[in-house]
Design a protein around this ligand. Structure first.
Ligand code: ZN
Length: 103
């Protein structure tokens, strides 16, 4: 049995990720993986988005109807942050308009 050296542990735990909601840089092992497309093993690139714990908690309390579809439509992970945020806000605003009109 091979005991991992402290160096290999350190390489793992040193990885830092960026929260997609607030942009905070956090340790990967302190982050929550977030896979907007649901099936984590069949992704194109097997890269996950991450949320920090506060944002992850907030997300769970929000209405998630259509959130994944909206994220994908806005180009999450496929476009730069500024473009994604603009598109995401537009899509969310459209949704809000539609539900106002429907009710
Ligand atoms: Zn966050």
């Amino acid at each position: 049995m091979t005991v991992p050296t402290s160096t290999s542990w350190r390489r793992d735990s040193d990885q830092q990720v960026t929260c997609i909601a607030c942009g905070e840089t956090i340790d990967r092992d302190a982050a929550r993986e977030y896979d907007k497309q649901g099936d984590r093993w069949n992704r194109d690139d097997k890269e996950f988005e991450y949320l920090c714990k506060p944002c992850h908690r907030e997300c769970c309390h929000q209405n998630r109807d259509g959130l994944e579809a909206t994220l994908v439509a806005a180009g999450a992970g496929r476009t730069d942050r500024r473009t994604f945020l603009r598109q995401f806000c537009e899509l969310i605003a459209d949704d809000a308009d539609q539900s106002r009109n429907e009710s």
